[in-house]
Design a protein around this ligand. Sequence first.
Ligand SMILES: Nc1ncnc2c1ncn2[C@@H]1O[C@H](COP(=O)(O)OP(=O)(O)OP(=O)(O)O)[C@@H](O)[C@H]1O
Ligand SMILES: [Mg+2]
Length: 360
Amino acid sequence: MANDLEFAGVVKRFGDFTAVRDLNLTIRAGEFFSFLGPSGCGKTTILRMVSGFIDPTEGDIRLGGKSLKGVGPNRRPTALIFQNLALFPLMTVAENIAFGLSVRGVPRADQAAVVRRMLDLIALPGLADRRIDELSGGQKQRVAIARALAVEPQVLLLDEPLSALDLKLRQHMRSELRAIQRRTGVTFIYITHDQGEALAMSDRVAVMSQGKMEQVGPSAAIYDHPMTAFVASFVGENNAIRGRVVDRRGDEAAVDTAFGRFTGRNPHGLHPGAEALIFVRPEKLKLNRDLPNRLTAKVTGRVFEGTSVDLHLDHPGGRPITVRLPNDDSLIDAAEGQALTAAFATDAATILPPGELARD
Ligand SMILES: Nc1ncnc2c1ncn2[C@@H]1O[C@H](COP(=O)(O)OP(=O)(O)OP(=O)(O)O)[C@@H](O)[C@H]1O
Ligand SMILES: [Mg+2]
């Protein structure tokens, strides 16, 4: 495709520290793509290489098949929105949006037309003459997007742009950003350590850990079919139970654990004898005893979450098992110290090789 962004064997080292390891990836033109990972995993470093502020130590970044090597930041068809937005507080909304255009010597009349178009796009038509320091957080956010899009970049890079907003506004801005991306068709590359944000907005998500891309795919695939212990534990909540594979059948396997024998999906085709972690999400643990895998343990805690209630079950040698029950008529009154049996389907569990788990 014409404007695909391609990373070919990209490595970034700072001295003897490797911040990005052998990144091979094609981000399609017009895609909403997110890099998701904990602090320090290399997300900003990737964006800085795309925007041209730093160069890869090895490998190449290509846009539309052409290498970006030697192309300076201001000559790249990319725009970057920082976490702190970097708007000019004493200038008006219109002046901020037109800033990049006047730097490029675009005539005033044309600037005004672009500003009008951008104000419509971000749904703030009446605010052209307001000063930035008179806007709400969400309005500033939208102006930053308009300013970046005004210069018609092919790729818009967004570095945690919502992190300064409160939760409600952040959730609202997710759908707003997604809608703006759809309307413009510009490639958005979004980086965040917030998995809810990445899953909700993106066509595809790349999960990063310590400079390495662990997995890339559509949100649902990342959530339902994690391929590493890190992805399983970082994206959404998950229970991890240690065990050993005792049987393998088709795409499934059986694992012996401290709670008994469980069956689950076996995407790596682990063989009997292999050490493994079996992952089951809290919402997949049910009180329905007809399911094939049953886990009985003492209730050690109960947390009311509003739409759901989390029960914590004792897990010797591991983190407590969380069972998430919907807050409806079926809600049971499990007291602490009481034994509870939760059950799960074979296809609700994923058996993976042991590996680093994400920290809470
Ligand atoms: N100029 C630099 N010199 C040396 N080390 C650097 C430099 N820039 C980044 N690093 C290191 O590279 C690693 C990745 O940094 P990066 O800023 O890409 O992380 P991040 O994923 O964006 O984290 P955060 O979520 O905290 O913003 C970090 O360990 C950081 O300390
Ligand atoms: Mg960063």
